[in-house]
Design a binder for this molecule. Structure first.
Ligand code: T46
Length: 133
C-alpha cells in the first residue's frame, strides 16, 4: 500500500491570483461533514499521534508547511505538506503525526464525519493490536 496519496486540485487562476474550489464527490471523494483547521502551532510541537477507525480525511496545507508521518503498522513514510493545491489523503486505520510546523502553517482538514473521540486510537500499541484483530 502506498501511504502517501495526493489529490491534485484544479487551480482556477487568473491575473488577480489563484483560487481552489473543493466540491464534495468531485475534488474530494466523500461527503464532507466537517472542516477544521490547525494554526498557531508552537515550535517543536508534534500533533496527531493517532489513527481513526472509520474517519476519512484530506489534509491541505493552505499556508506554510508541516511534515506528516504516516504509518500503517508495517511501513512508516513521511512527506512535507507545503502546497495549497494538493490534498493528502488520510485513510482510516493509518497512524499519523504532524511535525515541524512553520509559524505561518494553516493545515485545513476535510473530514467524512463529525467529531467523535470514540473513533480515535491514541496509543500506538492499541493501533497495532487493532490491525491484527
Ligand atoms: C487528525 C489530525 C490531522 C474537537 O472538539 N473537534 C474536532 O473536530 C477536532 C478535530 C478536535 N476537537 C478537540 C479534541 C481535542 O480536545 O480539539 C482538541 C484538539 O484535538 P487533537 O488533540 O485531536 O488535535 P490534533 O492536531 O492532534 O489532531 C487533529 C484531529 O483531531 C485529528 O482527527 O486526524 O488533526
Amino acid at each position: 500500500m502506498n501511504l502517501i496519496q495526493w489529490i491534485d486540485f484544479k487551480i482556477l487562476g487568473d491575473d488577480r491570483g489563484r483560487l481552489v474550489a473543493l466540491e464534495m464527490d468531485n475534488a474530494v471523494p466523500f461527503k464532507i461533514k466537517r472542516v477544521y483547521y490547525i494554526y498557531g502551532t508552537a515550535e517543536n510541537v508534534g500533533r496527531g499521534y493517532h489513527a481513526h477507525k472509520e474517519l476519512l480525511q484530506v489534509a491541505i496545507c493552505v499556508s506554510g508547511r508541516c511534515r506528516m508521518i504516516m504509518d500503517d503498522g508495517v511501513t512508516r513514510e513521511e512527506v512535507w505538506l507545503d502546497s495549497p493545491s494538493k490534498g493528502l489523503w488520510i485513510d482510516r486505520m493509518v497512524w499519523h503525526e504532524m511535525h515541524d510546523f512553520s509559524a505561518d502553517c494553516v493545515l485545513l482538514v476535510l473530514a467524512s464525519d463529525r467529531y467523535d473521540e470514540a473513533d480515535y486510537i491514541r496509543r500506538h500499541e492499541d493501533f497495532l493490536a487493532e490491525l491484527i484483530r
